[in-house]
Design a protein around this ligand. Structure first.
Ligand code: AMP
Ligand code: ZN
Length: 429
């Protein structure tokens, strides 16, 4: 079952022809934005998709430098919206949309949700922020186009969230993974079994943050649902860029709207098919703010095999992290998601955690703070010590460094309203 069968199952040659035509349009449009005009984009011409590699890349810093209006390629009276990325430091990166862009975005999100099995009979509760963040509006648009009943609760207010889920018989939810985990912790503390409390709940969309396969399984088992991975970034509208189909083995990235490359982050040369690299995306269907070869910093790999669902659009693997999220400690590269993957598998460990990096003397230290079940604090000290050691040991097996582990009471590690802040780096450089 497809939302837009001709596009989703388009033969690759036809898709490539569409991409080339749209790439040419994109370049012509981009040339009207002050930023790309200054870059001399009008001097580049493309006659085949392989010419893409000759075009300059665009970075987040470029978007910052072009703040506030340098990237806009149509008259401002035709721009109807701006959104901004969730980074909290420095000049924001801003993305603009025309009516056409909002409509194209809506179609993409509707396509994703339909692919996962959402229908107009569904009650959809969206637990992500409405505002500059794109997760709220993006999913609202998609779900409205499908004809779902929308409950735009946004994040937080967990008690009301749970009440609405029960009273309105919510069948589909969208949440940032760290919030879904927090919801699970809260239900556990309240002694509520979600399978009994929310018998109609069947699908959870998890997006906006890296999360491991283990986390997905834990959420699925706990709630008794299917969880789908949703990838997007505000520079590419927000949600609706890549999404899992019912096979849930990689995310289809919509190539009628996005032209993708996976490159070595240092040399910017394409990696071999199936190899891990940085995802670089060119918009193909955006009017107000075309972006050429945007370096997402997100690390992934293309899945070379065609998917049995019949969709011809390439799949990408779960994002392991952003190249700029990677911690380097004592020369070892570590992604926070590796730590989460270990913690989620240990009984008695709750789902909220924090990674603290500190310098003591000349050495860097990692302290992993984890919340544990409250009843464990009544156990003998020895049992607690054993748990602490076990966590440190299992982490060592994964990240090759033995961190200090601090066991904390539930609720003692702060929970962010939006994306979780997992790493606090207090190292002295
Ligand atoms: P923002 O523009 O604020 O929405 O942030 C976009 C960034 O969030 C992406 O570039 C990724 O680093 C991250 N992100 C979004 N969705 C996912 C996902 N499903 N898995 C991993 N990281 C994600
Ligand atoms: Zn598929």
């Amino acid at each position: 079952m497809y939302w837009d069968q001709p596009t989703e199952t388009m033969p690759r040659e036809k898709l490539a022809a569409l991409q080339l035509a749209r790439l040419k349009e994109t370049l012509a449009r981009a040339a009207r934005a002050p930023f790309y005009r200054d870059r001399g984009i009008a001097d580049y011409s493309v006659t085949s998709l392989s010419d893409l590699a000759k075009l300059p890349v665009t970075t987040k810093q470029d978007l910052r430098d072009a703040y506030p209006y340098g990237m806009v390629s149509i008259p401002l009276e035709k721009v109807v919206r701006l959104h901004s990325s969730s980074g909290t430091t420095g000049t924001p990166t801003v993305v603009y949309h025309s009516t056409h862009d909002i409509d194209a975005w809506t179609e993409l999100v509707a396509r994703c949700m339909f692919m996962a099995g959402v229908r107009n009979t569904d009650i959809f509760q969206n637990m992500t922020g409405y505002g500059l963040f794109t997760g709220g509006f993006g999913f609202l648009y998609g779900a409205e186009r499908l004809g779902c009943l929308n409950i735009p609760t946004g994040p937080g207010n967990t008690k009301r969230q749970l009440k609405f889920m029960k009273d309105f018989k919510t069948s589909v939810i969208h949440a940032i993974p760290s919030y879904a985990l927090y919801l699970a912790d809260t239900l556990e503390t309240m002694g509520i079994d979600p399978r009994k409390e929310f018998p109609d709940l069947r699908i959870i969309f998890l997006g906006a943050e890296p999360h491991s396969e283990e986390t997905r399984k834990k959420i699925e088992d706990f709630f008794g649902v299917s969880a789908f991975n949703s990838y997007g970034l505000s520079e590419m509208n927000g949600p609706g860029v890549a999404f899992e189909c019912p096979n849930r083995a990689g995310m289809h990235i919509w190539e009628d709207a996005f032209l993708i490359e996976i490159v070595d982050p240092v040399s910017l040369q394409p990696v071999a098919p199936g190899e891990l690299g940085e995802l670089v995306i060119t918009t193909l269907n955006r009017e107000a703010m075309p972006i050429i070869r945007y370096r997402t910093k997100d690390l992934t790999a293309a899945i070379v095999e065609r998917c049995s669902c019949g969709r011809t659009h390439t799949r990408i693997k779960r994002i392991t992290g952003r190249s700029d999220d990677m911690l380097i400690l004592k020369g070892v590269n570590i992604f926070p998601v590796q730590i989460e993957q270990v913690l989620i598998g240990i009984a008695g460990v709750r789902r909220n955690y924090q990674i603290l990096l500190e310098t003591r003397g000349n050495n860097d230290h990692m302290i992993v703070r984890v919340e544990i079940d409250p009843n464990l604090f009544t156990d003998e000290l020895k049992a607690l010590e054993n748990l602490r050691k076990r966590i440190a040991h299992e982490l060592r097996d994964e990240i090759l460094i033995t961190p200090e582990v601090e066991l904390c009471k539930p609720g003692s590690i702060p929970v962010a309203e939006g994306k979780a802040v997992r790493v606090i780096d207090k190292r002295v450089l």
